[in-house]
Design a protein around this ligand. Structure first.
Ligand code: CA
Length: 231
């Protein structure tokens, strides 16, 4: 075990899933810690201070959502990136997951290659400042529990889709999301919404931000997608 070996906490109750994750993460030189219920997950997050947490949604004793919420309330653990592992049927709940502070999602059954890529991305990402349930980046501050958005301390109003888009982007500043990823995270995979819809809502969000003195916060990556950047 070396100091620069990133530590991953797996919170998952299915032994087969744990073994697949453990094996693959170890083969990539990660240090692995496991908890098999939500309560132990919160304890291990606090005691082990992992660099990233993989959190199953449905867990005994304490759900993944509640565990995530508690981890965000503890000062020592609130900045740790959390990737939720969700089953297809739970996708509608993703928005709730974003509200309580998860950073990313991956649907089961996932490819290990994709999962490892998300873990690497989570480790690379500059963290947005999450204080309790407040998400802050640049001039924008979002109170996730009260759904209040302020830009340079002035409250603004966003429609529900623009709100979810902004949260998704702000959770991972400078990460470029493809249109498909945004569709997946904001609308849910099962929706039959076209990727052009993403452009429409990004356009609206960008106008609102510009009108409220947060110009150029959303960057377009031509032919691919979007990210938020510092202004
Ligand atoms: Ca489970």
């Amino acid at each position: 075990m070396s100091l620069d070996q990133p530590k991953v906490l797996i919170v998952e109750d299915e032994p087969a899933q744990v073994e697949i994750l453990r094996y693959n993460l170890k083969s990539q030189n990660y240090e692995v810690v496991v908890a098999t219920d939500g309560e132990t997950g919160v304890e291990k997050a606090r005691d082990e201070l992992p660099d990233v947490i993989l959190m199953d949604w449905m867990l005994p004793r304490l759900s993944g959502i509640e565990a995530c919420r508690q981890i965000r309330r503890i000062a020592a653990t609130r900045q740790i990136p959390i990737i939720m592992l969700t089953a297809r049927s739970e996708e509608r709940d993703r928005v709730r997951g974003l509200d309580i502070g998860a950073d990313d999602y991956i649907s089961k059954p996932y490819s290990i290659k994709e999962l490892l890529a998300r873990v690497r991305a989570a480790l690379r990402r500059p963290a947005a400042l999450v204080t309790g349930e407040v998400l802050e980046f640049g001039k924008i501050k979002i109170d996730l529990s009260k759904h209040i958005i302020t830009i340079a301390d002035k409250p603004i109003h966003l429609g529900p889709t623009e709100y979810r888009l902004l949260i998704t982007l702000m959770k991972s500043p400078e990460r470029v999301f493809s249109r498909d990823q945004l569709l997946d995270m904001v609308w849910g995979l099962s929706s039959d919404v076209d990727t052009r819809t993403v452009d429409v809502h990004i356009g609206r969000l960008r106008r609102l931000l510009t009108e409220n003195r947060a110009k150029n916060m959303i960057r377009t990556v031509r032919g691919y997608g979007y990210s938020v950047q510092g202004s």
